[in-house]
Design a protein around this ligand. Structure first.
Ligand SMILES: Cc1cc2nc3c(=O)[nH]c(=O)nc-3n(C[C@H](O)[C@H](O)[C@H](O)COP(=O)(O)OP(=O)(O)OC[C@H]3O[C@@H](n4cnc5c(N)ncnc54)[C@H](O)[C@@H]3O)c2cc1C
Length: 415
């Protein structure tokens, strides 16, 4: 029987396994961690957003400069297909008011449980605590794993790599595969943080007082990006959904120019004139803080931020204060480290793969999931593309094994 090794038991690897599970092949999923789908489970904390129900062309456009590369896989596994697939697994979904798709139970655990059960029932084997280290003596037929019983050499007719990106290494995706593949001349773009926070040089008082507090109902302007939402102030700078949405643009600008300046509208529902009319009222004996609160409801972290940005003289100018409230300039110095990011950009270049996601450089190796060179905002786009590319790699292996020349299977051996 032909053997297939899938390395990485995240959503991409498991979906690849699913495509091969009812074939006449022997499928084994290897993973470095003690259990499957750790990041998938983390994604389910606080509500698993697995896809998005917006118009399909808008959906595909969320993958930015890689939309053309990903479109064939997303076309073959659309958000509607994803919902049907989940329904087959016994997981019902719903579309939230924002168009985001969630499992009804909001959690990843019941889904993962049902999925693993079905895969096992369909003959997929799991070898956990198997960390892939590279190849033995550069022989790409001999895959070396570190296991609790020492090093193990595995051979397989086809291998699917679904090793994830480079964030949240403690959940398994360490990005160590980058150098291993580069050594074999596979083109891999450097992993970078995506959907990440940024450093700001806060003064001590501001960060001690406001770290951990949300800036609610603000609009971020950055070049062509404009969106309303919430930002979280952190000890190091800023993060949160709204910042993640702009993060690829901000990151690229920092790479190009060293820093990036965003503008925050702290009163997106009021004009500068309306704000000025309120602050030009007689102040009487009120302090600045009392007057801001009374006239504009401006206090807490928003007021703190204005004081952080303007010097004492400027705080006395109604015009400058109101201009700042509508377009507060915040200089972002660097993305937070990749390990803190929700996802990573960069990875195996699409130019190194054929349409079935087979590596041109390696005889029998396919790649899928976040380890490919694409990025997308949060909103279910990440998981959908991981599942869609996992599916494509699984089907790619089926095609390839059924049609092409393959290596002879050899027995596994412990060393
Ligand atoms: C906090 C958080 C919240 C998220 N929320 C969402 C969300 O709501 N919606 C959404 O769409 N996405 C979300 N994501 C992103 C999503 O979880 C990932 O994009 C997705 O899990 C990537 O799938 P993958 O299968 O490509 O890789 P992973 O899920 O990272 O799986 C890769 C697997 O490969 C294994 N591995 C790596 N190297 C080796 C090796 N050398 N040997 C053996 N095994 C190895 C790892 O242990 C891991 O199990 C979130 C991510 C995080 C961190």
């Amino acid at each position: 029987m032909k053997t297939i090794a899938i390395i990485g038991a995240g959503p991409a690897g498991l979906m690849a396994a699913e495509m091969l599970s009812q074939s006449n092949f022997h499928v084994t999923v290897y993973d470095a961690m003690p259990s499957a789908g750790r990041k998938f489970l983390m994604a389910g904390k606080g509500g698993m957003n697995i896809s998005h129900a917006e118009d399909f062309s808008t959906f595909v456009s969320r993958y930015g400069s890689r939309q053309t590369n990903l479109a064939p896989y997303l076309n073959a596994f659309t958000p509607t297909d994803l919902r049907e697939w989940l329904s087959d697994l016994g997981i019902e979904t719903f579309v939230g008011s924002s168009g985001r798709i969630f499992p009804k139970e909001m959690k990843a655990a019941p889904l993962l449980r049902a999925w693993l059960q079905r895969l096992r029932a369909n003959g997929v084997q799991f070898s956990m605590r198997h960390r892939w280290l590279g190849w033995q003596n550069n022989d790409t037929k001999k895959w070396v794993f570190d296991t609790p019983n020492g090093e193990k050499i595995v051979t397989a007719d086809a291998v699917i790599l679904a090793l994830g990106g480079g964030s949240w290494a403690r959940l398994g995706s360490t990005g160590e595969w980058v150098s291993i593949l580069r050594e074999q001349s596979v083109k891999v773009e450097t992993l970078q943080p995506s959907n990440c926070g940024f450093n700001v040089a806060w003064r001590d008082y501001f960060k001690q007082r406001f770290a951990g507090q949300p800036l609610k109902n603000v609009r971020v302007h950055f070049n062509d990006f404009q969106q309303k939402g919430e930002i979280m102030i952190t000890e190091h700078g800023i993060e949160g959904g709204l910042i993640y949405a702009a993060s690829s643009r901000i990151r690229d600008e920092i790479v190009k120019n060293g820093t990036a300046t965003i503008h925050l509208d702290l009163f997106p529902d009021k004009t500068t004139e309306a704000l000025m009319a309120r602050l030009n009222q007689p102040r009487g004996k009120s302090s600045t803080a009392q007057f801001w609160r009374k006239q504009l409801g401006l206090d807490g972290v928003k007021a703190g931020l204005v004081r952080e940005i303007l010097d004492v003289d400027a705080l006395n100018s109604v015009e400058l204060v109101c201009q700042t409230l509508k377009a507060l300039s915040l200089r972002l110095l660097a993305p937070r480290p990749i390990d803190e990011a929700i996802s990573s950009a960069g990875g195996v270049s699409f130019t190194a793969l054929n349409g079935d996601l087979k590596c041109e450089q390696l005889t029998n190796v396919f790649c899928a999931g976040e380890m490919l060179d694409w990025e997308a905002p949060t909103g279910g786009y990440l998981l959908t593309a991981c599942l869609a590319t996992g599916r494509a790699a699984g089907l790619g292996v089926l095609n390839w094994l059924e049609s092409g020349e393959i290596l002879r299977p050899e027995a596994e051996s412990n060393h």
